[in-house]
Design a protein around this ligand. Structure first.
Ligand code: ZN
Length: 483
């Protein structure tokens, strides 16, 4: 299919609003029917982008577009996260198609009939890779996560109970990551039983939203991470998963569909992001991260950096942004994440936890945003520096003085965070969205009152009464951002 045929196929598969039972039936309905009506026949930019990508993949993987549109159209609006999962598969396949040797890609390669299989296989430079993709379902979790203290790793029971005294502890997502790793390991283990596949590298892609700290902490938090010696799940080291690539991208899909504004943070060259490719995960401001499994085969980094565009995780990097540093918990009222809790003595840890509980009560909550932003405090680093600089002959005040030093950093953070532009930015954005929605709503209502015998505003060349008046019969404008 070419692009125009794909669009026709999509329109055929996804119902318009001409019957009541189709109302709110699919997440694409607004983009496919309302948008072109309001914007004089223009294709919604996200749909246009989606079709471009399918057309590109089709040239290397024939029929992919048809299969994908079939899959997507079957998912109702209520289960829209399944569409997001398909998007996750598409961005990885697009990267593979762009960076592999021509004609080496296999979809769902199996070692045995009806067996478990990863998503893709393809040759990169001179080596075959098997790729598995897991896209997180975060709808329910997202609204909850900034409520108070968010545990990002597995704390020990006593510390957990301690923090739970704040009354607002949001649990870690690490069990989700555990499930992904278990499932990927099973698939890759069976996959490698095929003689042809046994020397392939295996990679698990985890597609997350902007809160990339969650999967990173689950995998490499030094106290409990699934790829560390102190893993909270000792039954497996997932040795058939050679590495994981975590991508912060889910929020971009929603933005693309809802109001076409790409998250570029403070990128210098904003024009570059004005017409973004929503299916391209390469974003230097929020780069994907690669985590090598120490128990898997060592993947040389040039495959990862040059072809899959992820940066290897390095804990030692001083400049690592807070989002990329494995943490123990995030205090969202302070917008501060805490790392290295288990690399300091127990009594100091307890004192610290106590502080976070008692000092947290009278701060107001951070409003929900789809952009993650917080600072980090590395308790272990402060502790190590302090121990080094503390005079050997002076022991009495060690605890108090260490605690003072931590508090100084916390206070500094509080001062910085008070004028965080992110919150202001999210307020501005809310206003901007509301205004835009009002504008479109007004316009919609005005053109919807067109006479039936006039030409349809969507530029189809048909009469309004035979075109959008029928297609949008049961649609009443509520919210442009309501997916
Ligand atoms: Zn029309």
């Amino acid at each position: 299919m070419n692009k125009a045929e794909m669009l026709q196929y999509l329109l055929k598969k996804i119902p318009d609003y001409s019957s009541k039972k189709n109302l709110d039936n699919h997440g694409f309905q607004f983009a496919l029917y309302v948008y072109p009506f309001v914007f004089k026949g223009k294709v919604h930019p996200f749909i246009d982008n989606f079709l471009n990508v399918l057309e590109f993949i089709d040239t290397k993987v024939p029929d992919y577009s048809k299969v994908t549109i079939d899959k997507i159209s079957k998912v109702s609006k209520k289960q829209f996260e399944q569409v997001i999962q398909i998007f996750g598969e598409i961005i990885v396949l697009k990267q593979l198609v762009s960076n592999s040797i021509p004609n080496t890609i296999t979809l769902e390669p199996t070692a045995r009939k009806n067996g478990k299989n990863p998503e893709y296989r393809g040759e990169i430079i001179d080596k075959y890779f098997a790729l598995e993709v897991k896209t997180a379902s975060l709808f329910d979790f997202a609204l909850n996560r900034q409520a108070g203290l968010q545990i990002t790793a597995q704390l020990n029971d006593i510390d957990y109970k301690f923090l739970a005294e704040t009354g607002k502890v949001v649990n870690s997502n690490s069990l989700k990551i555990l499930d992904y790793l278990k499932s990927a390991n099973e698939k890759f283990t069976q996959y490698r039983q095929n003689v042809e596949y046994q020397n392939d590298f295996t990679l698990l892609f985890i597609i997350w939203d902007d809160y990339i700290n969650e999967p990173i902490s689950a995998i490499i938090n030094s106290n409990c991470g699934l790829f560390t010696k102190k893993t909270f799940y000792s039954k497996s080291n997932f040795d058939n998963v050679d590495g994981v690539i975590v991508i912060r991208h889910i929020h971009q899909f929603f933005r693309g569909l809802q109001y076409a504004e790409y998250v570029h943070y403070n990128a210098q060259n904003k024009q570059e992001y004005e017409m973004p490719d929503w299916f391209d995960y390469n974003n230097p401001m929020t780069h994907p991260v690669f985590i090598q499994n120490p128990y898997g085969r060592k993947i040389p980094v040039h495959y990862i950096m040059d072809r899959l565009n992820a940066l290897p995780f390095r804990e030692s990097t001083e400049a690592v942004a807070a989002e990329y540093k494995p943490t123990d918990f995030i205090d969202w009222k302070r917008m501060l994440s805490v790392s290295g809790l288990y690399d300091i003595p127990k009594n100091l840890r307890e004192k610290l936890l106590n502080f976070f509980i008692t000092s947290n009560q009278n701060k107001s909550s951070v409003p929900f945003t789809d952009i993650s932003f917080f600072n980090n405090i590395s308790i272990d680093r402060i502790y190590n520096d302090f121990v080094k600089s503390y005079p050997a002959d002076k022991k009495d005040n060690f605890e108090d003085e260490f605690f003072d030093r931590v508090m100084r950093q916390v206070t500094l953070n509080d001062m910085v965070i008070n004028r965080i532009e992110n919150i202001a930015h999210s307020e501005d954005e809310k206003k901007r969205r509301t205004n835009l929605n009002l504008l479109i709503e007004t316009h919609f209502n005005r053109i919807y009152s067109t006479r039936s015998t006039s030409e349809c505003p969507c530029n189809s060349g048909m009469k309004f009464g035979e075109c959008c008046q029928v297609k949008l019969n049961y649609f009443s404008y509520t919210n442009y951002f309501d997916l």
